[in-house]
Ligand binder design. Structure first.
Ligand code: SAM
Length: 232
């Protein structure tokens, strides 16, 4: 696991996200505004396109979004033709789940499952797969959640809560399945160092290019979208 030296901030607390989504639920009820699209529409489009290219709707993949917030990414997959009963979002903020469910009912996406769940401690499995030995997801998605978890309080020996994350993903993916992540706190190299390890059984698969900027002779992107595949 690559060393994590981000300083804890309020973005790593459940209280922060509860406040955000409480506000967004109220806004949605009042105005129909679905709330913030984290990293913008472009990231939703790119993650949707990547998923269509590597696990098309005809394959009927089981897809989990970790920290699904208002559910925008899953609604985009629904619009792209994915089977709603195989799409699931989990979030540890009850109001995020409430918001996503309200939006789902207004968009005929009721069959998408949105559940309250802390990814670091619970084991979210696809509907009907509980107790099965082949349980798992074909695709696990993360848009901004690994970033948020990395800003959580460290434990008494200085370990970040995010250190348990790659192992959780590996535990939930089917063999051959993919993990696709968009992050603004970690570079592609840092993500590769944390996720493509012997311990996780995942290897680097591909990257999705983003607009680059140059500054002081260096060039880079504001965020990275990287895919990994579980091979063992
Ligand atoms: C930056 S927001 C991104 C939300 C959504 N993925 C999007 O793109 O709009 C991070 C999300 O992760 C959720 N989250 C943070 N830590 C979590 C955890 N341990 N388990 C589940 N969800 C978590 C927050 O409640 C929040 O909805």
């Amino acid at each position: 696991m690559a060393s994590i030296d981000l300083q804890p901030s309020k973005l790593g607390t459940k209280d922060h996200w509860n406040n955000v989504y409480q506000r967004e639920v109220a806004n949605f009820k009042e105005t129909g505004d679905e709330g913030e699209v984290w990293f913008g529409e472009d990231s939703v489009e790119k993650m949707t396109k990547w998923t269509i290219a590597h696990a098309p709707p005809e394959m009927k993949p089981y897809i989990l979004e970790v920290g699904s917030g208002n559910g925008t990414l899953l609604f985009s997959l629904l619009d792209a033709g994915y089977e709603p009963s195989r799409l699931a979002g989990i979030d540890y903020s009850p109001d995020a789940v409430k918001l996503a469910r309200l939006i789902a009912s207004s968009r005929r996406g009721e069959k998408i499952s949105f559940a309250e769940c802390n990814f670091l401690f619970d084991v979210p499995l696809p509907v009907g797969q509980q107790g099965s030995s082949i349980a798992g997801w074909n695709i696990v998605l993360d848009k901004g959640t690994y970033d948020a978890i990395a800003l959580g309080e460290k434990d008494e020996v200085g370990r970040s809560p995010v250190e348990g994350y790659p192992g959780r993903v590996a535990q939930l993916l089917k063999k051959g399945g993919h993990f696709l992540i968009t992050s603004c706190n970690f570079t592609e190299e840092e993500l590769r160092a944390s996720f493509a390890t012997e311990e996780t059984g995942m290897v680097y698969h591909s990257r999705v290019p983003h607009k680059t900027f140059s500054f002081g002779g260096q060039s880079g992107s504001e965020y990275a979208t990287v895919a990994f595949q579980k091979i063992t």
